[in-house]
Design a protein around this ligand. Sequence first.
Ligand SMILES: Cc1cc2nc3c(=O)[nH]c(=O)nc-3n(C[C@H](O)[C@H](O)[C@H](O)COP(=O)(O)O)c2cc1C
Length: 321
Amino acid sequence: MMEWTDRHCRFFHRLLTRRALLYTEMITTGAVLRGNRARLLAFDPAEHPVAVQLGGSDPRALAESARICADRGYDEINLNVGCPSDRVQEGRFGACLMAEPQLVGDCVAAMKAAVKVPVTVKCRIGIDQQDPEESLDTLTCIVVAAGVDALIVHARKAWLDGLSPRENRDIPPLDYDRVYRLKRAWPKLNISINGGIGSVEDAARHLEHVDGVMMGRAAYQEPWRLLQVDPLLHGASAPFESGKAAIEAFIPYVERELAQGSRLHAMTRHVLGLFHGVPGARAFRRHIATHAVKPGAGAEVLREAIGLVIEARTEPAHIAA
Ligand SMILES: Cc1cc2nc3c(=O)[nH]c(=O)nc-3n(C[C@H](O)[C@H](O)[C@H](O)COP(=O)(O)O)c2cc1C
């Protein structure tokens, strides 16, 4: 998620779930081809499996960007057909591509020809005046013909005229049934659902209808939920028995990154929501918010903050009946 997630965030999230697939924020082909690749595309091997999301609409630029990302070790290349920002519309990519399904097909075909890893598309159910029955079917037919490996559908329209990107994440109504119908019509296609899914228990319910669930804001703002992913969705134990144990395991990474010039705040900003309903959670947040931003702040700030949390084991995860 642009402005929110980065490689530090993904490393932290990987401490909370071994199984979830992690995505980068959208990176434009212009940035991949002409930007500081070492910085933009860097990730830690511990992050696997990790997908990179590309923004663009020129098949050749996307193919070349996909190849560069696959060579760097990304496990999946995802094309953004859902972002509604003005900047993206000017570049003729993101959600406005819902109106140009053939071009999306050309992009997918070019990327597929360039890489061996899966190529996937994240889209909306439609935009503006489109009929979601038609727009989503048309796009699906074309990208399937182009060889797409999976589709992630944000289950609402984007209204490109008049709503801000933020409003476009909340105001157009969610239509989960539309995505379930798509899955029934394309039983062999791997389809994930996204949008407004606030808990891992809710994710489990969606999985009765679709193959995967993408969580955005809930995963970022309430990362403690990620500790439930492996037990609830994969029948595996969580990587750590508590948030406290997980964040203690984050400290060596933080120290390593500080030594290489990263700032403490760039890492600790992602951990603020880790503790939920635990004594000391507010003191933890406040300590980090106050001290991690100071110039030269070191890992001791994180250690002190962790010391303020009195945490028992997380409750054993269970799916509500
Ligand atoms: C700050 C922010 C940045 C986002 N950036 C991206 C992005 O780079 N690529 C993308 O596909 N979606 C992006 N999204 C949209 C989310 O991936 C997701 O589709 C949307 O928030 C709905 O899912 P949620 O209710 O689980 O958050 C972003 C969302 C937020 C809040």
